[in-house]
Design a protein around this ligand. Structure first.
Ligand SMILES: [Fe+2]
Length: 388
């Protein structure tokens, strides 16, 4: 038996935000990032739509970094006092993931973080509030997914909280939200979406439902990501929907080693999530090709990359990822990103160990040993081809 779960409603396209006017409820907490959504007037727009639905709002702002258990704790009091019946995460992955985690502990104050970390083990939410995701970047698809990635403040390790209870009730994907997205964010979040498509298409729990979304998303990203990066607004809109499609795929097919490695190395090396994915992806494709070469070749064919044999097509897909990285200023190695060799050597063993515990490792198409995980990190640090 398989399961496929996405938000109950997805509103997208021009003026999708207007759907907020038909919400039922009294109070909403809006969780936002660093303030660009205020400066570009989009927060005002959202609040005025909610006002038309007679919904009062309170804003939690300043979620600029990938969220931690401490940050979630710091804002819980606001939720408990205000008692919202809607929680709205507006932003890139960080504010949306933070809002989801706040939602868990607002609903279930006695739940420990350790309990919440157990995959697919959350008690029912929605006893106090429902959840809306409104993305302002194009990549994480947190508005679609059943995930919230939280860093444990005590250990500094990132943990994906995964449960279909966390799938938002409503996703509002309005292109106006990404019109002024900075280039670096387009690049990093774009490589996150590319990684979601490719990892979901080969992950162990993939299904025919997730395949169709993953490959269509990748084709759209191939056609439009670079053009969006260069400023084309029509392409930016296409990418905004493609990342949501990739989100529907990975929320149900899960991911693989690229994400395990990004989760476990991101905080220590201070590599943003999408950038880490862009770095690791070519090496993990090389590692997985012995098991799912035919799947990678299928993707390469869909992108009309050159090659007659499976071997050549997979090589072309790897080169396609590297070229995208190059064109958008995403480094191809950790060294190139600026991680010092001393820092890398100090942490690589622990990172390999931690990555083995990440839920994404279990769904990677090829079984991975801790030693192989360490070798993958080393390949991505020094830029060595993966031949093991
Ligand atoms: Fe991701």
């Amino acid at each position: 038996m398989n399961r496929f779960t996405i938000p109950r409603d997805i509103y997208f396209g021009e003026n999708a935000l207007e759907t907020l006017e038909s919400l039922e409820g009294k109070k909403a907490v809006l969780v936002i990032g660093g303030g660009s959504v205020k400066e570009n007037g989009n927060l005002d727009k959202i609040q005025s739509h909610l006002a038309k639905a007679n919904i009062e709002t309170k804003v939690i702002e300043g979620i600029t970094e990938e969220p931690s258990t401490q940050l979630v704790q710091d804002h819980l009091g606001t939720l408990n006092e205000y008692e919202p019946d809607w929680i709205i995460g507006i932003g890139g992955g960080s504010p949306m993931d933070a809002a989801k985690a706040m939602w868990i502990f607002y609903e279930r104050p006695n739940l420990s973080f350790e309990d919440a970390m157990q995959p697919f083990n959350l008690p029912g939410l929605r006893t106090k509030a429902k959840f809306i995701g409104i993305p302002t970047t194009s990549g994480t698809a947190s508005e679609i997914s059943n995930l919230s990635v939280i860093t444990d403040s005590e250990t500094g390790v990132k943990h994906p909280l995964a449960d279909f209870e966390l799938t938002p009730d409503l996703a509002v994907i309005d292109p106006v939200m990404v019109e002024s997205m900075p280039q670096k964010v387009i690049a990093y979040s774009g490589m996150d979406a590319v990684t979601h498509s490719i990892e979901a298409y080969v992950a162990k729990p993939r299904t025919t439902f997730t395949d169709s979304l993953a490959i269509e998303a990748l084709e759209t990203l191939d056609e439009h990501l670079l053009s969006s990066y260069k400023g084309n607004q029509e392409s930016r809109e296409k990418v905004h929907y493609a990342q949501a499609m990739a989100g529907m795929a990975f929320a149900n097919a899960v991911l693989g080693n690229v994400h395990s490695m990004a989760h476990k190395s991101g905080p220590t090396f201070e590599v943003p999530h999408g950038c880490a994915n862009g770095i690791y992806l070519p090496y993990v494709i090389q590692f997985n090709r012995s098991v799912v070469g035919d799947r990678f070749a299928k993707m390469a064919k869909r992108l009309e990359l050159k090659g007659d044999t499976e071997e050549q097509l997979v090589d072309s897909l790897i080169e396609w990822v590297r070229e995208l990285n190059r064109e958008m200023g995403v480094p191809n190695t950790l060294k190139e990103f600026g991680v010092s060799e001393d820092l890398f050597k100090e942490h690589v063993d622990q990172m390999a160990k931690n990555a083995m515990d990440d839920p994404c490792t279990g769904t990677n198409p090829r079984e991975t040993s801790e030693e192989e995980m360490k070798k993958l990190f080393e390949a991505a640090y020094y830029g060595k081809e993966v031949t093991f």
